[in-house]
Design a protein around this ligand. Structure first.
Ligand SMILES: Cc1cc2nc3c(=O)[nH]c(=O)nc-3n(C[C@H](O)[C@H](O)[C@H](O)COP(=O)(O)OP(=O)(O)OC[C@H]3O[C@@H](n4cnc5c(N)ncnc54)[C@H](O)[C@@H]3O)c2cc1C
Length: 477
């Protein structure tokens, strides 16, 4: 759907004039706003939205104060790579606040192992800034060239190294936030210990912009690994993958950094989408990408990884395994995992689920969901990959071969119900790392207890009594 360029017409004239005065010409987007209105991949399109690009915390504060007075909704937007439609308004007449101009490095302290950055810095730039002082910022996502740290914190992003370093929440020490009425909270403390009452920053992490706008953050830095060993293993089923996880933990200990599971179909479609050949001569039902990293001299981890794989083959856990012998080979193995978005596009329309269950329940989840879908929709094609080490599976079955997006969309409500009921029955979550956005806010109401929904609504009402911050996300309006 094309969006009319003159979206400002949706706003009261006085507010438009006030925003122009606060933000100046660079801060107001004139003309084509489609790149802000459409989400990554075009899954969500806003019905309009006046786009502003503040250049400072004071300008964000002025924008929010003006919108609050005019009772106009505000939707924060980072790199717009979110997969739940959180950064798109659901109704006309909203102001989209893009953080893309707020990308400054405010401070870096290698002794305190902290970096203070503005919310609009991309994740890739943040990683590069940390590397300049020989430190690691360990959050790593396939979207890191575009997504912003403010968006990562607001979705509590996970990623491929979560197994070792935790998700975005684990990396945040302090935040600066603009509240819905325009007040600024300076919580930029680089402290590991602070026992002075409620840990307010935690409320804004994972809040998807519904309680305020994160404008800056103090983040933890870690020692930069000097050594990495990467293996790609073929396993007969998810049970074997789980045994391999336990085996790898015992052999590789703390150095185990990534443990990624994928079905044979995911590898096959990645090869179609990206080119290249399979690491194995034969086909296997499931694969695991394993990586260990550490401070040892380069090449040191190769031996324990090799011994670990040899032992797993000898014990009958692994059918075959290959080890990356160079950085180029390592990148090739990772491309098959990181190319899963392209693989899915090549495979055809599907129905995405970003779910988590206790790690021990992953095989049970996959078996139950596969069986239930096969019984209800025999032509549906399995497609599943994810972070097995975190119990987070991207369970994305594909529509019958040759089906159109509209045909697959008609199956979505029933498929979601089947998959999510099983997830919740196993004690899991229907959104592990993508958030609720407009995709799952209504669906989650079925799965959260009334007391949990009431606590969330009370928090929302406290911070945003006028209901203007990203309305309709997390707490239904
Ligand atoms: C190819 C690909 C791979 C991906 N892989 C992963 C993965 O491995 N793990 C994972 O967790 N996610 C993944 N994602 C999803 C996405 O990249 C993450 O959710 C990311 O954290 C979103 O950041 P963003 O800056 O693009 O935020 P946006 O998409 O712009 O916004 C996401 C939400 O955060 C809010 N928001 C954004 N910035 C702010 C701010 N400064 N203050 C307050 N609210 C704000 C928005 O309103 C919205 O609700 C992937 C996406 C793609 C396209």
């Amino acid at each position: 759907m094309r969006i009319p360029a003159d979206t400002g017409a949706e706003l009261p004239r006085q507010l438009r004039e006030r925003l122009s005065a606060i933000l100046g010409a660079r801060g107001v987007v004139e003309g084509d706003c489609s790149r802000y209105h459409e989400s990554w991949g075009g899954s969500f399109t806003a019905p309009g939205g006046f786009v502003v690009r503040p250049g400072s915390t004071a300008e964000v504060a002025g924008t929010l104060a003006a919108c609050a007075e005019a009772r106009v909704a505000v939707v924060p937007q980072g790199g717009n790579t979110g997969l739940a439609g959180g950064a798109q308004p659901t109704r006309r007449g909203a102001v989209i606040v893009s953080l893309e101009r707020m990308r400054a490095l405010r401070a870096i302290d290698p002794v305190n192992d902290t970096i203070t950055v503005e919310a609009g810095m991309t994740l890739a730039e943040l990683q590069a800034r940390a590397a300049e002082v020989d430190r690691l910022f360990p959050l790593s996502l396939a979207s890191e060239g575009s997504c912003q740290i403010g968006g990562n914190l607001s979705t509590n992003a996970g990623g491929t190294q979560c197994l070792r370093y935790g998700n975005a929440r684990a990396m945040a020490l302090g935040l600066e936030v603009v509240l819905p009425d325009g007040q600024v909270w300076d919580g930029l403390r680089g402290l590991r210990k602070d026992a002075t009452g409620y840990d307010l920053k935690q409320l804004f992490i994972g809040a998807e912009g519904t309680l305020g706008i994160i404008t800056a953050a103090v983040l933890r830095l870690l020692p930069r690994p000097r050594d990495a060993a990467t293996a790609f293993a073929a396993v007969p089923d998810p049970e074997a993958a789980l045994r391999l996880l336990d085996h790898a933990r015992r052999h590789l200990g703390e150095s185990l950094t990534a443990f990624e599971l994928m079905r044979h179909e995911c590898l096959a479609w990645a090869l179609v989408a990206l080119g290249g050949t399979s690491p194995f001569a034969a086909c296997h039902p499931w694969y695991v990408l394993i990586e260990a990293t550490g401070q040892s001299a380069p090449g040191t981890l190769a031996l324990p990884m090799e011994e670990s794989m040899a032992a797993a083959i000898a014990e009958g856990i692994v059918s075959d395994a290959t080890l990356a012998a160079s950085e180029t080979q390592r990148r090739r193995l990772w491309a098959m995992r990181e190319g899963q978005a392209e693989a899915q596009k090549a495979a055809g329309p599907g129905i995405k689920h970003d779910v988590s269950v206790p790690v021990s329940a992953v095989p049970d989840f996959l078996a139950r969901a596969d069986a239930a879908l096969a019984a209800a929709f025999p032509m549906i094609r399995p497609f599943a990959f994810g972070h097995l080490g975190d119990g987070n599976i991207h369970y994305n079955p594909l529509g019958p071969a040759g089906s159109t997006p509209a045909e697959v969309a008609r199956l979505r409500p029933q498929v979601n119900r089947i998959v999510h009921d099983i997830v919740v029955d196993l004690g899991g979550s229907i959104s592990a790392e993508h958030g609720l956005g407009q995709l799952r806010t209504h669906e989650i109401q079925r799965y959260k207890a009334p007391v949990e929904r009431a606590m969330m609504a009370a928090l929302k009402a406290t911070f945003d009594p006028k209901g203007l911050m990203n309305p309709g996300k997390i707490v239904p309006d």
